[in-house]
Design a binder for this molecule. Structure first.
Ligand code: BQZ
Length: 677
């Protein structure tokens, strides 16, 4: 043991990150400065939409809007009241599985589902809200009220709003989502809502045509307002979905999930644009929703943009096209593309604006922590999971990672920082003194592997299991990674090379985004490289996902088929801390709890960090009303943060990109967009 200790390099606090300042400050406001709900004297719509009204195909605009629509204040819009027309041309690397978001289907990401699925509250734009007023924005829920004892929350939905096909939106839509999706263990909506997302034991009831009421088991769990935001409380159109749901039909769950393939056009949505065209591996086109329930304070029905394109390409192509001006928008998030994107954007004739934000893009390496059958591992996989649960093994893994080299393999310069894992440096709840960092040291890694029982017994350069495990075979792990991103591949390859130097053989399991998500959610992996989500940035968004607070909340440790979780003592401690964070509304207490969380998380190498770096928003210069300082990722992605329904192109800058000018969505499931004539 003495000799071993001599080789061990002990933990420290994390090394300071290179300074990299964000290039744009948000204009901070209170939530009520952004919008209110109220009736205006009159409303406007694009002329071509009026033609539909005149042809008897649509009711007049004031009848399509709720009595009190959501009214954006032009004082909060960078460029003020907009004009109608033009298109935002997105390019994405994902592929739509279909439109059944609440049954778990992906629409291809890149802002499609964010735009289609309106949610009870909204958090993307909170990057610009004064810290003193920080709480979710109303959205489909226009107000809420806590009972005196805090055990209930009455939620008032907007009244008189309609789905894009004219069907009323009401409490039945919210209840269908809750009763037959959140509460149905056979279904997981996209983005993973489960019962625990809203607090274990929480119930929801319809208490009016436009009112629902939560009942909790703890007093005033304010985090539920964040759970009501994207992506965990975004109801689907019950009038279309319910007849296909297994509880109301002969369909299997699989048939229900797949009942609305991408070819099914004009799926009813509450979002600003409706899918009207789909060509596999080519494009999804959306047209304005004539029933959209938001307006500006001059009475113009939103959105300003008539059309949205989602070119089905690659994520890397999104950067290239946005910089070149053939696409309009990109979250610059793959660090390999930074130098070229920066160079071109700095030129005077660059078509697009590029602005870096805070360092909130980060990757971690997650061990599958379940040893009781989740994902049905074979004997080899089971042996790896038991190693994953050994702290010495995890310390060995983290100390085998040279994070400086990993970061530089993506991009040189001041972008990447060594990331120990857990909360990100520079975010509200981060505390450096509570963050444990195990420095890179191959000797130390080997010593820890040895302490975990691994030695190279056959002299082939790779460590072997002890004789009583798999007959003392070489340790052989697989690493799951998303094939759709160059950065995910590069990091995975870097990890594999570094593990090999430490004597651990790793093979790469690269899957396309949708397949990666399926493998991840069903626990079919040993380790995975994962781009982190908003809980590690904000703490308040997706809080239950910070630890195993329920059977299916923590990505790398979910329950087996019997619903059992085999949490280690430190995992239980983390779950208890996160539950305490959820239960308290005392800011000071939450800060203290999150320090404990960070210490236990990083000390135990729950998910070793790889690298963290800033992302940049690239938007074509013709667009107006882009709020300054919008981060590409914080409470949500920039597609939500910039409030696309308020974005417009000034008349003189408009271009000719509409593929279906003059049209509106047709009937649900029909052939495509229709004209008034
Ligand atoms: C942003 C985002 C909008 C999902 C997805 C994708 C999926 C994950 C994640 C990002 C893409 C873009 O991210 O990379 O910049 O446009 O869509 O949703 O990585 O595979 O499952 O969580 O949001």
């Amino acid at each position: 043991p003495l000799a071993l200790q001599a080789e061990v390099v002990g933990p420290t606090t994390p090394p300071p990150a290179p300074v990299f300042d964000a290039q744009g400050e948000p204009v901070f406001v209170d939530r009520a400065d952004i919008f209110t709900y109220r009736a205006l004297d009159s409303y406007n719509e694009p002329d071509f939409v009026t033609a539909f009204v005149e042809a008897g195909l649509l009711p007049p605009v004031e009848e399509r809007l709720p009595a009190e629509p959501l009214v954006y204040s032009s004082a909060n819009m960078t460029d003020g009241v907009g004009t109608y027309g033009d298109v935002m041309r997105h390019v994405i690397g994902g592929r739509p599985e279909g439109w059944n978001y609440i049954a778990g289907q992906s629409q291809g990401w890149g802002g499609i589902d964010i735009g289609l699925s309106e949610c009870l509250t909204r958090t993307g734009p909170l990057f610009m809200v004064n810290p003193g007023d920080l709480a979710p924005l109303p959205n489909l829920a226009r107000s809420w009220e806590w009972s005196e004892d805090g055990m209930q929350l009455v939620v008032n939905l907007i009244e008189g709003a309609k789905w894009s096909d004219g069907d009323p939106f009401d409490a039945d839509d919210a209840m269908f989502y809750w009763d037959h999706h959140v509460m149905d263990p056979e279904i997981t909506p996209l983005n993973g809502a489960t019962q625990e997302t809203f607090g274990a034991g929480t119930t929801l009831e319809k208490t009016g045509d436009y009112q629902i009421t939560f009942t909790f088991t703890t007093a005033r769990p304010e985090g539920v307002l964040y759970a009501m935001a994207y992506g965990t409380f975004c109801p689907g159109p019950s009038h279309i979905l319910q007849p296909e749901h297994p509880a109301f039909s002969d369909n299997t769950y699989e048939e229900y999930r797949n009942a609305f393939p991408p070819e099914y056009l004009s799926m009813p949505v509450m979002g600003a644009w409706v899918p009207v065209e789909y060509r596999a591996d080519d494009i999804v086109v959306m047209r304005r929703n004539p029933y959209y329930w938001k307006v500006d304070d001059a009475g113009n029905q939103l959105p300003y943009l008539n059309e949205m394109h989602y070119r089905l390409s690659t994520w890397a192509d999104r950067d290239v096209q946005a910089v070149a001006g053939t696409g309009d928008f990109s979250n610059l998030e793959q660090a390999e593309n930074y130098v070229e994107a920066l160079r071109r954007s700095a030129e005077d004739d660059a078509p697009a604006r590029l602005a870096f934000g805070p360092r909130t893009i980060g990757y971690s390496l997650y061990p599958n922590m379940s040893a009781n059958g989740w994902g049905e591992p074979d004997a080899r996989g089971q042996a790896i999971r038991e190693l994953n649960r050994d702290l010495n093994f995890r310390i060995g893994v983290t100390q085998a990672l040279d994070r400086v080299r990993l970061g530089e393999s993506l991009v040189r310069g001041p972008f990447t920082a060594q990331y120990p894992g857990g909360l990100y440096a520079g975010t509200a709840y981060y505390d450096a003194d509570s963050t444990v960092f195990y420095p890179y040291s191959l000797e130390s890694a080997r010593a820890h592997f040895e302490a975990a029982g691994l030695t190279d017994t056959d002299g082939n350069g790779f460590l072997n299991h002890p004789a009583d495990v798999l007959g003392g075979a070489d340790v052989q792990m697989t690493l799951l990674a998303n094939a759709d991103y160059q950065t995910d591949r590069n990091l995975a390859e870097g990890v594999i090379a570094m593990m090999e130097e430490a004597g651990i053989r790793v093979s790469l399991n690269l899957l396309s985004g949708n397949d990666r998500d399926a493998a991840m959610n069903s626990g079919r992996y040993d380790w995975m490289v994962f781009r982190n989500a908003s809980e590690l940035i904000t703490v308040v968004q997706n809080t239950p996902q910070l630890a195993a607070t329920g059977p299916r909340t923590l990505r790398h440790h979910m329950a087996n088929d019997a619903g059992e979780l085999d949490l280690l003592p430190f995992e239980q401690e983390l779950a208890d801390i996160v539950n305490a964070v959820i239960a308290t509304n005392d800011a000071g207490e939450r800060t203290e709890l999150m320090k404990q969380f960070q210490r236990i998380y990083t000390e135990n190498v729950y998910g070793p960090g790889l690298t963290a770096y800033p992302g940049a928003l690239i938007i074509n210069k013709r667009f107006a009303n882009i709020p300054p300082g919008a981060p590409i990722f914080m409470f949500n992605w920039a597609e939500d943060n910039i409030i696309r329904e308020r974005v417009f192109v000034p008349a003189e800058a408009q271009q000719d990109h509409e593929l279906h000018p003059g049209t509106l969505p047709g009937a649900p499931g029909s052939d495509g967009p229709i004209t008034a004539g």
